[in-house]
Design a protein. Structure first.
Length: 269
């Protein structure tokens, strides 16, 4: 599948570096993501994949380099000028390597949390205009129900999130990202802990999300079959450095990539 014909970019990462103590976790890394593509970031454990996600979402501030996001209207934003809380307003959301839900709340309530920033009523308005809030809430609930139905978990909406199997919790996390009308969804190891059947379903879902919600997707994943199956382009990194960027075919046959994976569990098939 080819991404947008005009090849508009959605995210540009240029020469980004970040060190922890003496360790360069990300080392002069550059790659660009086209709008509406599914872009994979791969690399052995400790290669710096989660760290680069944290730099994009401004959870960490990169030591150097630039990270620019170009939204669907063509507006370019230097993400390094923003705080971690402002990232969601740009239309960028993420999931976490270890599922992060409020375990004691219902699935519905966990999903509704994702709607917070799109509620139409400003805070002061919320104090005085109860009717408008109820309308906002009703709209959010309806939207959440649609998303849960899209992910086939609507029937579980009133159950406590923490009591659900891991596969369901991962779906709830994805549902929450969809509540914020995202333009870019960043998924950190979405298939980790899933069985074969669940992983196949996830692959289908990610492609469906791209189509239905018209988003760009950036993912880190160890399951090479999933990565090779759904990604338009892949960047392979090792020790924080880029070793190759290309189509799944190009990455699979790249000797540098194969070398980086020798002795790793997630071998390239
Ligand atoms: N907050 C931190 N403090 C110190 N070291 C860190 C921190 N975050 C990540 N690292 C280190 O950076 C390197 C890359 O980690 P990470 O990005 O989590 O790798 P990956 O996601 O590719 O497995 C690792 O050596 C890790 O220990
Ligand atoms: Mg990681």
């Amino acid at each position: 599948m080819t991404p947008s014909k005009t090849k508009e970019l959605a995210l540009k990462i240029e020469d980004v570096s970040i060190a922890f103590g003496g360790l360069k976790a990300v080392d002069n890394l550059s790659f660009a993501i086209e709008r509406h593509e599914i872009f994979g970031l791969i690399g052995p454990n400790g290669a710096g994949k989660t760290t680069i996600f944290n730099c994009i979402t401004q959870f960490y501030k990169a030591d150097s380099g630039s990270i620019h996001f170009i939204n669907a209207k063509g507006k370019e934003t230097d993400l390094m000028d923003l705080s971690v809380h402002e990232i969601i307003d740009e239309g960028i959301v993420r999931t976490f390597q270890n599922v992060e839900l409020i375990r004691e709340l219902s699935i519905m309530d966990n999903v509704l949390i994702g709607a917070h920033h799109v509620m139409k009523q400003p805070l002061l308005g919320q104090l005085f205009n109860r009717k408008a809030i109820r309308k906002d809430e009703a709209e959010s609930r309806e939207k959440a129900e649609k998303i849960l139905a899209f992910l086939d978990i609507e029937h579980l909406k009133d159950l406590i999130a923490g009591s659900q199997p891991y596969g369901v919790q991962k779906k709830v996390e994805i549902a929450r990202t969809l509540m914020s009308d995202p333009e870019l969804i960043i998924l950190d190891e979405p298939a980790a802990g899933l069985n074969d059947t669940e992983t196949k379903e996830l692959a289908m879902r990610i492609k469906q999300i791209r189509e239905t919600y018209q988003t760009t997707i950036l993912l880190v994943e160890h399951d090479m079959r999933l990565v090779m199956d759904i990604c338009d382009h892949i960047c392979a990194i090792s020790f924080g450095k880029r070793i190759a960027v290309g189509t799944p075919k190009e990455i699979q046959s790249n000797p540098e990539v194969q070398k980086a994976y020798l002795g790793e569990e997630g071998e390239l098939e």
